[in-house]
Design a binder for this molecule. Structure first.
Ligand code: C5P
Length: 215
C-alpha cells in the first residue's frame, strides 16, 4: 500500500499550501477535497438549487468531473461559503466519499502516495492514514491571510466581511452533526500562527520523514 497523508484544519490555516508543497516534495498525488464541496456548491448556485435540499445536492455531486475541479471560479468567497452549507448534508458527504477514498488508496499513475487535505480526512475518509496533521492558526491571522488571497483574485471585499465569513464558517464546520471539523485522535497538531510557509513545510516534512522513512 502506498502512503497516505491526511491534512485537516481550519479555514485559511495554510493547510492547502502545505499539503501541495508536501505532495510535490514526496512525489505524491494531491487532492484538495474542499474543491469537491466547492464544485457541488458552484453547480447548485448555477442552477439555483436549494442549499438545504441534501438529496438534490447529492445528485449534483454525482455529476462532478475532475476537469471541473480546476475551474478558477471555485476559489471565490461566495462559492466557499456555499460549500460549507452544502457540506453539512450527509447525502452530499456520502456521494463524495468514494472519489476521495479511491484517490487515497489508488493514486493516479506515477505517484508514490497521496496527500489529501480537508476537514475530515483523518477522521472519516482515511482513518488509517499513515500520517495525520491538523493545521490551525489564530483567527486574526487566518482572516488576514484569506483577505489578502481574495484581494489577489480581484474580489471587492472588506476585512470585516472576511472576519464575519470566517467566524460563520468555523462555527458551521465544527458544529455540524456529520463529520465535524476536529483533530483526529492521533493527529499531529501544527499551529501556523507564527510560521512562514517554509517553516511549516519544514516541520511537516521532518515529521513525515520520521514516520515514513525506514530507519
Ligand atoms: O477548504 P475549503 O475552504 O475549500 O472548503 C470549503 C468548505 O467545504 C469548508 O468550509 C467545509 O465546510 C467543506 N469541506 C468539508 N470537508 C472537506 C473539505 C471541505 O466539509 N473534506
Amino acid at each position: 500500500m502506498k502512503p497516505v497523508i491526511a491534512i485537516d484544519g481550519t479555514f485559511a490555516s495554510g493547510k492547502g499550501t502545505l499539503a501541495k508543497k508536501l505532495a510535490a516534495h514526496f512525489g505524491y498525488a494531491y487532492l484538495d477535497t474542499g474543491k469537491l464541496y466547492r464544485a457541488v456548491a458552484a453547480r447548485a448556485l448555477e442552477v439555483g438549487a436549494d442549499l438545504s435540499d441534501g438529496s438534490a445536492l447529492a445528485k449534483l455531486a454525482t455529476l462532478i468531473t475532475p476537469d471541473e475541479l480546476e475551474s478558477p471560479a471555485l476559489k471565490s468567497g461566495a462559492v466557499g461559503a456555499a460549500a460549507s452549507k452544502v457540506a453539512v448534508h450527509t447525502e452530499v458527504r456520502v456521494a463524495l466519499k468514494n472519489y476521495q477514498v479511491q484517490f487515497a488508496f489508488a493514486p493516479p499513475k506515477g505517484f508514490a502516495g497521496a496527500v489529501l487535505d480537508g476537514r475530515d480526512i483523518g477522521t472519516v475518509i482515511c482513518p488509517d492514514a499513515d500520517v495525520k496533521i491538523y493545521v490551525d492558526a489564530k483567527s486574526e491571522v487566518r482572516a488576514d491571510r484569506r483577505y489578502n488571497e481574495l484581494l489577489s483574485y480581484g474580489e471587492d471585499i472588506s476585512l470585516a466581511q472576511v472576519v464575519a465569513d470566517l467566524t460563520e464558517r468555523d462555527h458551521r464546520d465544527t458544529n455540524r452533526a456529520e463529520a465535524p471539523l476536529k483533530p483526529a485522535q492521533n493527529a499531529h497538531l501544527l499551529d501556523t500562527t507564527n510560521l512562514s510557509i517554509d517553516a511549516a513545510f519544514e516541520q511537516a516534512r521532518h515529521l513525515i520523514e520520521i514516520i515514513l522513512l525506514p530507519k
